[in-house]
Design a protein around this ligand. Structure first.
Ligand code: NAD
Ligand code: TDX
Length: 342
């Protein structure tokens, strides 16, 4: 299949953690592509994270909901996108347990609205950004491959798996040229401090307890966010339409080990660790087999975990205003509910 000619791209969820990092990388790499960021600005969307690109004449921001099909259609009428990369989602597992509806609205209905309008207007590529969580949980050995059975265990992962199925069906039935990427746990700059690594850093810096779910032996395969963004860019231009690509960092770390590492790097005592009630349906272990994207598309994660974690901790140390504003703002209620009143 030939390389797509992309002159205008719709990136959804660009005010979030990964979407924002992707837009920054994409504008730097592709100096002749108009980038439209469509984001609802939920609690997780923050335009502060994109201050450095907002004056770029190729960057355009629209506030809106991907599930609002009429709005999405108006945007397509204006821009006639060649490609869509769908990062927009409700992304936090714990929130999906507290209230699943928004996850269905955005992750399922929203993806369908984007697919429908993409079908109407015709796009060269539609990339659905998905997750390793759709595969469920692993035992102590083995890795997820693209042919591993889908077994989502949380409302979040069930909604993401549904979106993957929609992308497949819109390709098979309507010929919308979809691709699905499934990535492992990301970490790096601008990650919302409800997620494990930034939460551990923010709490340690404020001498607050670090809540560890269950026995702390759940394992995640961590990837530095720029490596994920690079992989999305590679799949967008070189991936085979209709395919799924796993993306992993190859860094399996148990949660308790990660929390201890962060405490030691910040010179904080282990007495800050606090074992709390486990997350219902908590997946035990994730590990990705990325050999398809590596052998077929030549992608490989480049950041070692040692480099990535130091970069991340330093970023949170230098950008305390960014996360302090979030923690002291409207997020406070959820934070209390989730971590202080359990
Ligand atoms: P995030 O929560 O930081 O950002 C999500 C963004 O989507 C926010 O800016 C939010 O305002 C926006 N959004 C939410 N609902 C919307 C709607 N209805 N319409 C338009 N915009 C909306 O999430 P993230 O961690 O950056 O994740 C981005 C994507 O990558 C998600 O699809 C997620 O499932 C996937 N993913 C994340 C990880 C991870 O480790 N964070 C790993 C694999 C895959
Ligand atoms: O306070 C905490 N204590 C704790 O022990 C939190 C927030 C998490 N955890 C554990 C749960 C997980 O085993 O840490 C691990 C990581 O938790 P999260 O950061 O919530 O990530 P996870 O549930 O693994 O999901 C993430 O990776 C896949 C993203 O949030 C998803 O969007 C992505 O699809």
């Amino acid at each position: 299949m030939s390389t797509p000619r992309i002159k205008t791209i719709l990136v959804t969820g660009g005010a979030g953690f990964i979407g924002g990092n992707f837009i920054r990388m994409f504008l730097d790499r592709h100096r002749d592509v108009e980038v439209v960021n469509l984001d609802k600005l939920t609690y997780a969307g923050n335009l502060e994270s994109l201050r450095d690109v907002e004056k770029n004449s190729l960057y355009h921001f629209y506030r809106g909901d991907i599930a609002d099909e009429a709005f999405v259609r108006r945007l397509f009428n204006e821009w006639h996108f060649d490609a869509v990369v769908n990062f927009a989602a409700e992304s936090h597992v714990d929130r999906s347990i507290l209230g699943p509806s928004a996850f269905i609205d955005t992750n399922v209905r929203g993806t369908m609205a984007l697919l429908e309008v993409s079908r109407e207007f015709g796009v060269e590529r539609f990339l659905q950004v998905s997750t390793d969580e759709v595969y469920g949980s692993l035992g102590p050995t083995g890795k997820f491959t693209e042919s591993t059975h889908i077994s989502p265990n949380s409302p979040y992962s069930a909604s993401k798996a549904s979106a993957d199925m929609l992308a497949r069906a819109w390709w098979k039935t309507f010929g919308v040229p979809t691709l699905v990427t499934r990535c492992s746990n990301n970490y790096g700059p601008f990650q919302f401090p409800e997620k494990f690594i930034p939460l551990m850093i923010a709490n340690a810096l404020r001498d607050k307890k670090l809540p560890i779910y269950g026995d702390g032996m759940n394992v995640r395969d961590w990837i530095y966010v720029e490596d994920h963004c690079d992989a999305v860019d590679v799949v967008l231009y070189k991936g085979k339409v209709g395919e799924i690509y796993n993306i992993g960092g190859g860094n399996e770390v148990a949660n308790i080990e990660m929390a201890r590492l962060i405490l030691s790097k910040l010179d904080k005592p282990e007495s800050l660790l606090e074992f709390v009630k486990d997350r219902p349906g908590h997946d035990r272990r994730y590990a990705m087999d990325s050999s398809r994207i590596e052998t077929e598309l030549g992608w490989k994660a480049t950041r070692s975990f040692k480099e990535g974690i130091d970069l991340t901790i330093n970023w949170y140390l230098k950008n305390q205003d960014w996360w302090q504003r979030i923690i002291s703002g409207e997020y406070q209620d959820y934070y209390k509910l989730q971590y202080e009143e359990r």
